[in-house]
Design a protein around this ligand. Structure first.
Ligand code: TXA
Ligand code: MG
Length: 318
């Protein structure tokens, strides 16, 4: 029997028994466990081969549930939660003592969000505990946006992948923390900087490890295919540097019409939203083709383009 299933009751049962279940969200699939079960949380870290210094995101069903895990909610956090939850926004807030240290890597803050996926909202509503869920991929590799991606990574390690179809947004949530009461962006993501700034004003970005020990895990190389990957403005020019090699290209909207090259167009309509929802599936597909190189076209540096460039940059060899 396939481990990919739509059976929410079974997911409830497994999670209650301290097992892991891969869950759908609107961003990417998560590898979920009960935040209060030491066994489940250890299992998440070992399955992903994730270093313990990298804290997990806690998923809750309602704003009410937030009060059980944090001690203080800055005014601007309230505005952001009201504007974007359920949705692709993770808030990093002061945790209370009920949140185990292993979830937060010993930090006094906890990252939390209400995901916007009907299946996972229904699941969370039936559980008496929140779910810790990092992206359901081995540490450093491409995040999964379809149940099949998770199965390829973990079919021998977990008992169930809760099927919620393809992830609509396709890249991870945007992470906002607070210094004093001021919001700081730790990770670009599926919610655009412009949308956030429309609610709380200009935001400082600290999404590089060297800038922000506050945001561990913002590693320069991450989200990476096994195939060497390049991110460039001019794909045709880059192709010429790799003659004789087996090349795959990832373009935004316009075909290059070059023979003998495997090409994926992310959105023929030039929609960044559509491109984001297709991005990781395209990277998974190219990475499975035994290519010598993958060449990706840079997106315009605004909106979701900025977030996609961030991920593609971290996918490249430097
Ligand atoms: O869209 C998402 O956020 C997905 C879905 C499954 O919800 N989850 C996800 O989790 O991307 P993960 O573990 O792949 O990324 C979590 C990021 C890490 O980079 C980690 O450093 C950061 O969240 N993080 C977690 N707790 C933090 C904290 N207390 N302070 C700063 N950053 C934190
Ligand atoms: Mg991840």
């Amino acid at each position: 029997m396939s481990i990919i299933s739509k059976d929410i009751e079974k997911a409830v049962q497994l999670l209650t028994d301290a097992q892991l279940v891969a869950i759908p969200t609107e961003t990417v699939y998560g590898l979920a466990g009960n935040i209060y079960s030491e066994k489940a949380i250890h299992h998440i870290f070992s399955t992903k081969k994730r270093p313990f210094f990298n804290p997990l995101i806690v998923h809750i069903p309602t704003v009410k549930a937030l009060e059980k895990i944090v001690t203080h909610i800055p005014e601007k956090a309230k505005l952001l939660a009201a504007a974007f939850w359920p949705g692709s926004l993770t808030l990093v807030l002061k945790k209370n003592s009920s949140v185990p240290d292993i979830i937060t890597a010993g930090k006094d803050t906890v990252a939390v969000r209400i995901p916007n996926h009907p299946v996972t909202l229904a699941l969370l509503a039936q559980l008496p505990f929140p779910l810790a869920a990092p992206s359901a991929n081995p540490f450093g590799s491409i995040s999964p946006t379809k149940p099949e991606h998770v199965a390829r990574y973990f079919k021998n390690d977990i008992q169930m992948i809760l099927d919620g179809g393809s992830c609509a947004n396709g890249i991870e949530s945007t992470i906002i923390g607070f210094e004093k009461e001021t919001p700081i962006l730790y990770r670009l993501g599926a919610l655009t900087l412009e949308d956030i700034e429309a609610v709380v004003g200009k935001i400082t970005i600290k999404n590089k490890e060297e800038e922000s020990p506050e945001a561990p895990g913002m590693l320069a190389r991450h989200y990476a295919p096994k195939t060497s990957t390049f991110l460039v403005q001019d794909v045709a020019a880059e192709i010429k540097k790799h003659t004789g090699k087996k090349i795959g290209v990832l373009v935004f909207k316009t075909t290059l019409n070059i023979p003998d090259i495997i090409e994926i167009i992310l959105s023929r309509d030039g929609s960044m939203q559509e491109a984001a929802s297709n991005l990781y599936a395209a990277m998974h597909a190219l990475d499975a083709q035994q290519l010598d190189v993958i060449i990706a076209e840079k997106f315009p540096e605004f909106g979701l383009g900025k977030s996609m460039n961030d991920r593609l940059q971290r996918a490249t060899f430097k």
